[in-house]
Design a protein. Structure first.
Length: 267
């Protein structure tokens, strides 16, 4: 059983939902990332989403775009990100890690090399924003051979046919983007999210996670009442940016937010 599946099964038995915080690897400095991942787990994170820095992150709003720029100033590459995951695994072999990024660095590395390296490093899942299912079958096959889940995105405009097609390929969990726009937008419509999550569940038995627009304990709790997982990105990355000169303060601010979300989700 994969770490992702085991985590979701355990949470279901506990009648809890997964909290999945996102940070960009190497932001604001590569030395911060692994310690921050460990601290987030201690604060209540169940699954970790680690962004691979990219020069043209088309799905991201200004907060995460800036995080990519800070990481790229340190020349953080996909190989560096995989090395960070491997370092994390020296102390934590239980918490799932999902990489989120874009196809270009994977293409450069090569599908088989990437699948091999991801599995060896301890990666559990991969989200590639710009990889549609029509072009994803080869990479999905390589990853599945290595027991790494390919996680696909669904959006408010996804039709029934599209949802069905994506759910046939997806594993680990399905990631529903809760709004039309980029990360960091504020217009979260909980009723619409509920309707779409119900629609998605008509096509798959795997967990449904919801991200984009979740910024505080209240919105995390609202989404936890609907979905199997709550994904939080820009709200966390903003705290990293605001305290970029003080790694200890980064951890304090980020973990306080995660703890407050965890508490609200469990009430």
């Amino acid at each position: 059983m994969s770490r992702l599946q085991e985590t979701f099964n355990t949470l279901k038995q506990q009648q809890k939902k997964a909290l999945i915080p996102f940070i960009t690897a190497g932001d604001p400095d590569p030395s911060v990332t692994v310690n921050l991942l460990h601290d987030m787990v201690k604060a209540g994170a169940n699954i970790l989403e680690l962004g691979v820095p990219f020069s043209d992150p088309m799905a991201e709003g200004p907060v995460i775009q800036a995080a990519c720029e800070r990481a790229l100033e340190h020349n953080v590459s996909l190989k560096d990100v995989l090395a960070m995951v491997k370092s994390f695994r020296d102390q934590d072999n239980d918490t799932p890690i999902v990489l989120m990024g874009y196809l270009n660095p994977v293409e450069v590395m090569g599908y088989q090399n990437f699948a091999d390296a991801a599995a060896e490093s301890g990666v559990d899942g991969v989200i590639l924003v710009d990889l549609p299912p029509e072009e994803g079958e080869e990479l999905v096959a390589r990853l599945r051979e290595k027991s790494v889940d390919q996680i696909f995105l669904l959006s408010p405009t996804s039709t029934d046919d599209r949802i069905e097609k994506i759910c046939q390929l997806a594993s680990g969990f399905v990631y529903y983007v809760s709004l039309k726009g980029v990360t960091g937008a504020a217009n979260l419509d909980v009723a619409s999210v509920n309707e779409k999550v119900t629609q998605i569940r008509g096509h798959t038995q795997i967990p449904v996670g919801v991200g984009f627009g979740i910024r505080d304990a209240n919105s995390a709790a609202q989404i936890a009442a609907i979905a199997d997982a709550v994904v939080v990105g820009s709200a966390i990355v903003k705290r990293v940016a605001d305290n970029a000169d003080d790694p200890k303060k980064i951890s304090k601010e980020v973990c306080e937010l995660i703890s407050s979300m965890r508490e609200a989700m469990d009430m």
